[in-house]
Design a protein around this ligand. Structure first.
Ligand SMILES: [Fe+2]
Ligand SMILES: [Fe+2]
Length: 145
């Protein structure tokens, strides 16, 4: 038997779309916590969001984008560029958080950009990955949120 973990038997698309939802929900809760100035909750959510998003980006870059680049080089490069942009945004957000200088409109814009990227990947990358890649070769760190 391969595995009893349902996440392992789910398709690549199912797992990564579920992870987008998890990240989006964490970011929404973080924005609410900023609004409420709840520093304990902010710290707790940030400690899940930051490694969660970085791990997601890394899993795509390691296990999907190189093969995708062979069939769709421009689209793959676009997605990789957006990842770099998100890493920058994430570090800016982390720095602003440490200084208690988070701007809600900036955090909301970040959430919107992530959603646009997620939609693009769902329609473009994940559907392709499900028909061309071995699901076992595309691991995603399990959610601890
Ligand atoms: Fe991505
Ligand atoms: Fe993604």
């Amino acid at each position: 038997m391969e595995s009893t973990n349902p996440l392992r038997s789910a398709t690549i698309r199912d797992r990564f779309v579920a992870d987008h939802r998890r990240i989006d929900a964490l970011l929404e809760r973080l924005i609410d916590a900023f609004g409420a100035n709840d520093s304990e909750e902010i710290g707790r959510l940030w400690s899940q969001l930051e490694p969660g998003l970085l791990g997601h980006l890394e899993a795509e870059e390691k296990h999907m984008l190189p093969a995708f680049a062979n069939v769709a080089p421009e689209e793959s490069a676009d997605l990789a560029r957006e990842h770099e942009h998100f890493r920058l945004r994430l570090s800016e957000l982390g720095a602003a958080l440490d200084l208690h200088l988070v701007r809600l409109d900036t955090a909301r814009a970040f959430a919107d950009e992530l959603r646009d990227h997620a939609r693009k990947e769902d329609g473009l990358l994940y559907r392709w990955a499900d028909t061309h890649l071995d699901p076992g070769g595309v691991p995603l760190a399990p959610s601890h949120g």
